[in-house]
Design a protein around this ligand. Structure first.
Ligand SMILES: *Cc1c(COP(=O)(O)O)cnc(C)c1O
Length: 390
């Protein structure tokens, strides 16, 4: 096989070039310009929320959301262990302490364990959730919608209400996923908790090269986020700053790419859905492997496809990835668990079992929005050749 099939690459075939050239010709290249406002407005309208604030990255967005939530050195924040580390690092930027939770079969935070942790390991005191072990205030939770699938927001929002937790939805992988049933029917992931953060990094469902977007329930908090993202300037003319801000604003050039990408988002999702269904169908012929499902009560964005291997298979994840590479196909294991990474190894974690299991049994298959039917067939053929099902 000659052609290389990458895991996930950008798809820039719409109006991106036109818009970027327009921004360039107008010489609006930096952190002001009409494309930034346009992207904010169009994302807000797509998500059916009042407003959205653009920033440099999903990581920056999470940092700002946590900061305006009041997360500081005295606080602890509940986070998943099975995620990309950028969901957790901003907790540390603010000097707070993460507490790691396990996932369930959706790869997102297990709400039962979350509740058990709050009930058994903590106590409510003056409307604050206090960690019995450290006596510290657990003030927030970062919920990650892994691979575009949803965490169980119905359960999580109830638990958060009962235990006074601010909910920050890391929807960096989930732009476009929304509930089709239940109390959140019609609601997009990221618009249910107190804050929602999206990413436009190169591998996400739409990209601006690098970039992010923040939404919030409280309009005042969102204003504060914008203020902090633009150097906390209180007087434009005299340069008066009453807080320590950041240079986190998106540039007009990035936003121009984003506007072009957003026009194609629903098409990208349609292609990803089609390829997901095709994989699922073809993979039926291989014993001992399956594609992980997305929740049945959402319209997912089908961002990443997860192939799960039965424990009894003779091939290891590492071998499989190596063999697929020999066929010119890029796959990858899911992330190294965060509670085992050096900066977090001494942090508290609660009954982590499933995350370890999934970490050892899942690889991601090629899923770009320009992946062709023939390429999907090639990936499945390669899996057959490797005799993964034996
Ligand atoms: C991509 C990603 C981020 C960070 O987004 P950037 O825009 O790359 O900073 C955070 N959390 C998760 C789960 C991600 O996948």
């Amino acid at each position: 096989m000659d052609e290389f099939i990458p895991l996930s690459v950008p798809n820039i075939k719409g109006n991106e070039q036109k818009y970027v050239l327009e921004a360039l010709s107008q010489e609006w290249v930096s952190t002001a310009g009409s494309y930034i406002n346009r992207l904010e407005e169009e994302i807000a309208s797509y998500l059916k929320v009042e407003s959205a604030v653009a920033c440099q990255s999903g990581t920056a967005g999470l940092h700002l959301a946590l900061q305006v939530s009041g997360v500081d050195t005295d606080k602890e924040v509940i986070v998943p262990t099975l995620t990309f580390i950028a969901a957790v690092n901003p907790v540390k930027y603010l000097g707070a302490t993460p507490i790691f939770m396990d996932c369930n079969e959706t790869l997102t935070i297990d709400p039962y364990k979350l509740e058990q942790f709050c009930k058994e390991e903590c106590e409510l005191s003056n409307g604050k959730l206090i960690n019995k072990r450290t006596k510290k205030h657990i003030s927030a939770i970062v919920v990650v919608h892994v691979f575009g699938n949803t965490a169980d927001m119905e359960k999580i929002m109830k638990i958060a209400k009962n235990y006074h937790l601010i909910v920050i939805e890391d929807a960096t992988e989930a732009l476009g996923s929304y509930y089709t049933e239940g109390v959140y029917k019609g609601k997009f992931l990221g618009t249910i908790g107190d804050f929602g953060v999206y990413s436009f990094n190169g591998n996400k469902i739409i990209t601006t090269g690098g970039g992010g977007m923040i939404v919030a329930k409280d309009a005042q908090k969102l204003k504060e986020i914008k203020y902090l993202s633009t150097q906390a300037k209180d007087d434009e003319l005299n340069y008066i700053h009453n807080q320590v801000g950041y240079n986190y604003r998106m540039t007009n050039l990035q936003a121009a790419v984003g506007v072009g990408q957003l026009e194609q988002l629903e098409n990208f999702i349609a292609v990803k859905e089609k390829n997901y269904m095709l994989y699922k169908d073809l993979l039926k012929e291989i014993e001992g492997v399956r594609l992980l499902e997305f929740a049945s009560n959402i319209r997912p964005n089908y961002w990443f496809y997860s192939l799960q291997l039965d424990k009894k298979l003779s091939i290891s994840i590492d071998m499989l990835i190596q063999n697929m590479r020999d066929f010119g196909i890029q796959t990858r294991p899911i992330w190294g668990l965060i509670h085992q990474q050096r900066p977090y190894a001494s942090c508290q974690n609660f009954k982590i079992e499933k995350a370890e299991e999934y970490h050892q049994s899942i690889i991601n298959l090629p899923c770009s929005s320009n992946l062709t039917t023939i390429q999907v067939q090639k990936v499945v053929e390669a899996l057959k050749h490797i005799q993964v099902g034996r």
